[in-house]
Design a protein. Structure first.
Length: 255
């Protein structure tokens, strides 16, 4: 696998994928039309000091008095950055490239935006310090080797109602897997997800009412078990903040 990755790096080095258009706040960016992606810092292509410590990616970045949305992370953007400990990704990011965080051996914490629909090949391969990951409700597929060689991974939360296609995504099944409320049987019957030794059900799916252009409130439903209200939800492809609980939302919920 390492030989394959070196070949991958050499191939990318021959194309303009890593051409950095500009650097702002210590983060390298590449233009894609009217949007920008975080990219590999080409001037440090053979080192690991760049993107050290905690990296916070902004949702927008301004260049020559023009503001752009940050919507993606390039393939191998953080690959081999062994001093990266934590990465905060904004909800504006909708795409993460192959091998984006590969062999970030010190990476302990990273969030996945709610609008991500796919985790590609080798995204977190070799992230030996990664302790937990939450996979969003919109993720439909997870590429081969995405979580291979993640020896510290102890907790996986997958919020997808349907088990994502994940052939070859894992090489260990000792992490505690938490799946949506009422979906344990479905995950346990899956050829990949059913291999996990310890599967638990999480919070029940909540009902919401849109209260403004950016906010929603929790409304009544047939709730049971341990209920966790998230800070944000995705409704019809848009992210809303959960700001209130409606009248009698949990009335007569006795379980």
């Amino acid at each position: 696998m390492k030989k394959t990755f070196l070949t991958f790096l050499m191939l990318l080095a021959t194309v303009p994928l890593w051409a950095v258009d500009f650097v702002e706040g210590g983060i390298a960016y590449k233009f894609y039309g009217n949007e920008v992606y975080v990219t590999y810092h080409a001037s440090d292509q053979y080192g690991d000091d760049y993107y050290a410590g905690s990296v916070v990616i902004p949702s927008t970045v301004t260049r020559n008095e023009v503001t752009y949305n940050v919507t993606g992370i390039d393939p191998a953007a953080f690959a081999g950055c062994s001093k990266t400990i934590e990465v905060t990704i904004p909800e504006s990011v909708v795409a993460i490239g192959e091998h984006a965080f590969r062999e970030c051996t010190s990476l302990k914490k990273v969030n996945l935006p709610l609008l991500i629909t796919e985790l590609k090949t080798g995204t977190f391969y070799g992230c030996k310090s990664l302790e937990s990951i939450t996979i969003g409700a919109n993720v439909a597929s997870i590429g081969s080797g995405c979580f291979s060689e993640c020896e510290s991974l102890a907790s996986i939360v997958c919020n997808a109602a349907t088990p994502p296609v994940a052939t070859g995504a894992f090489d260990s099944y000792t992490a505690t897997l938490t799946v949506p409320y009422g979906k344990k049987e479905l995950y346990s019957a899956d050829a990949v997800w059913g291999l996990f030794n310890n599967t638990e059900e999480g919070s029940p799916i909540l009902n919401y009412k849109v209260t403004s252009n950016t906010t929603v409130e929790v409304i009544s439903g047939d709730y049971g078990g341990n209920v966790v209200i998230p800070s944000e939800v995705v409704i019809k492809g848009k992210v809303y903040s959960v700001t209130s609980i409606g009248d009698k939302s949990f009335y007569n919920c006795i379980e």
